[in-house]
Design a binder for this molecule. Sequence first.
Ligand SMILES: Nc1ncnc2c1ncn2[C@@H]1O[C@H](COP(=O)(O)OP(=O)(O)O)[C@@H](O)[C@H]1O
Ligand SMILES: [Mg+2]
Length: 363
Amino acid sequence: MAAHRARRGPGAARGGGARGRVRAAPRPAAAGAGDGGRGDRGGVAARRAARRRPGRPARRDGGGAAPLRPTPPPTTPPAAAEPALVTAEPALVTAEPALVTAEPAAVAAAVPSGPAPVEVGAVLVECRNVARYFGGVRALEDVSLTVREGEIVGLVGPNGSGKTTLVSLLSGSLRPTRGSIHVAGNDLAGLPPHRVAHAGVARTYQIPRPFTSMTVRDNVAMAIMFGRSPRSLSTARRDAAGPLDVVGLGHLAGAYPDKLNLHQRQLLEIARALAADPKVLLLDEALAGLNPAEIDNAVEVIRRVHRSGVSIVIVEHLLRVVNQLATRIVVLDRGTRLADGDPREVLTDPAVVRAYLGKRAHA
Ligand SMILES: Nc1ncnc2c1ncn2[C@@H]1O[C@H](COP(=O)(O)OP(=O)(O)O)[C@@H](O)[C@H]1O
Ligand SMILES: [Mg+2]
């Protein structure tokens, strides 16, 4: 992990291996149901539904345990003030339309910035030639992906391109139709989701579903109690402070989830995932529906998680965010990998611009 955190000097070469190249893949012959069906889960309607129904018990990967690595205290407070504990949701709705646009001009504006290069380490996740079908729908076809220590991989692509399906495969909540997935050397074939969590993968869901009858602290404690090193309720409650501090929700530990706004619920979702002490955190549209100030805060939280030694795969349609965070970008298009490489090169790759960036993104 030390190498993971070490930053290379400005003159150091970026890339090497996959990071340095853009690999354009041929278009698929057919990719199934396209943009419809569950591909709309990340859309505005789904986010509104999430606000209307703030809590249902989540389908989880099994949670996890083991104390979180020591992390610095949060430097940025959450967007909503503590005393009020009121949601600011109506305002968020008005912020959304502008945020879901990924026009070429916005892309070009996003390209020059970007994260400082990081030292990448050992392979944590290796996904080889994976396909996943849902009946006749080819959600993914022949997709390969590696995630190394120290990386933040931005996973982007149009609505219905297979991003959530890939996240579900990597977290063990779905099985591939073909291909293999290894996490830290463990073959995920045959492993139930909670064992995948023990292997070091945690995920968040597009729609946060905390346990509404439990406090914020107990939502995290639950994930700790049933994790890889089970602990008593009192110990788990104490240890919940670690993940809650990382995401900046420590001051709301005693509140119930219905008092949290969307941003805070998404932060809670991240805290629950961190309770499993993952090596790799998969964030599926964790910033969907946030206003600009909340997005900035979420970016800081994600950086803090990364600095604590966790590699990240972030599914995000806001290219400004992906470009700020990602050390590498993978583009999916209709179930296949269209490009994989350095963010600057990928975002200016003509095949990517043609297939994805020139359209409006509603992933
Ligand atoms: N459980 C499912 N049953 C049937 N089709 C599904 C299911 N999950 C995803 N799909 C289909 O797979 C494709 C990829 O979906 P998804 O991975 O959700 O895309 P994305 O996250 O990129 O929007 C879409 O055509 C979607 O309709
Ligand atoms: Mg999705």
